[in-house]
Write a protein that binds this ligand. Sequence first.
Ligand SMILES: C[S@@+](CC[C@H](N)C(=O)[O-])C[C@H]1O[C@@H](n2cnc3c(N)ncnc32)[C@H](O)[C@@H]1O
Length: 401
Amino acid sequence: MIDSNARCPEWLIGRIRASGGSISFYQFMDLVLNDPQNGFYSTGRLKIGKDGDFCTSPALTKDFAGLLAIQVVEWFINLEKKIGVNSEFLSLIEIGPGEGTLSRDLINSIFEIEPSLIRRIELVLVEPNKGMRLRQEKVVKSLKGVKLRWSNLDELSINPITGIVIANEALDAFPVERLVFRTDKVFRQGVSLERKNDGYYLKFVDLKITPSISRFLKDAETLLKIDFPPKDICNGWVTEWHCDIEPWFEKLSKILINGTLLVVDYALESRRYYNKTRETGTLMSYRNQEASSNILRNAGFCDLTSHLCIESTITYAIKNGWRFLGETRQGQALLALGLSELLYSLSKSSKSDLSVALARRESLLRLVDPMGLGEFRWLAFQKTNYVDLNLRSRFLEEPIS
Ligand SMILES: C[S@@+](CC[C@H](N)C(=O)[O-])C[C@H]1O[C@@H](n2cnc3c(N)ncnc32)[C@H](O)[C@@H]1O
């Protein structure tokens, strides 16, 4: 049945026709988010925040960056001690900075915690989409005293760095392959057109799987060690494969000589991700604070995100030279970084500051809410060359109350 919200815009009709009448879901997701003239990100149409399309942790409150900065400063100081790079720049790289809020607030918080560090670090934003970069420029231009640049992974691999890489809700925006399991065969999900009286609409079609999908199906059991597909799935069970994550780890491993990587994202263990009851995968569409499982709706005017599979993500990282330090839920991570002490200090606010303190308290509680942002996963990795780094990750430790 054709969905009346899935009307295909003119530009996309042209692309689908040029590809012979259908494109893979991977291509569809890439086009509607990243096509330079029409994508949701590349046009800068995406707005992150309480009044935007959806709210991320840094957009909710700068206390997120404030708490994370405690870890970032500790990592930087220990990196300097271990490798003695005092005279050179250390880099703080943010992948997919969205509005630029996290980068700005991290730098401000680092300045508050360890002012002298600001002169020894550079901030590097990795943003492929022009429209988002323009939004970031407006936000980070207020930063003073810190070296700042935009770059990409290819450019960075020519002059590798030492430092910290952070990807908050960035990998969930990478295009994914969707796989459809029918009774007798697996298909690559595709998107094609159907004509209705007033125009063309998008619909799903089954396409032949590619050699790389066949390899993923084989690797799932042997390399990733996941039960895939799970037993007793229904006819038409759909799931996703984050096929860009392995090449991303491979590229990223070439840009970091020594340092850490923190990935914060929607993520599930493989048994929950590839579960027979999860019949339509994890993909969701977001617009104007409304989440929908209708992922073909309003193409180019919605965000699309897909969860990460924790075991696959870790395996891809290790395979490409990363050491896995550990993972935890956001709620636990922020408590280990001092969230409860911050809440306690807010309870001591004077009467005149009460409304501000209450608003801050509410946002802090949302960051750790197990039904919301608190369920996000923090996955930490380390890259080491010539030295034994062994950096402490405070957020992976038990919170002491
Ligand atoms: C959901 S937003 C990120 C939100 C932001 N990090 C935050 O915490 O508010 C996704 C961002 O990743 C960017 N992006 C998309 N593909 C990317 C890629 N391959 N590498 C780096 N950034 C990417 C998008 O343009 C956008 O800025």
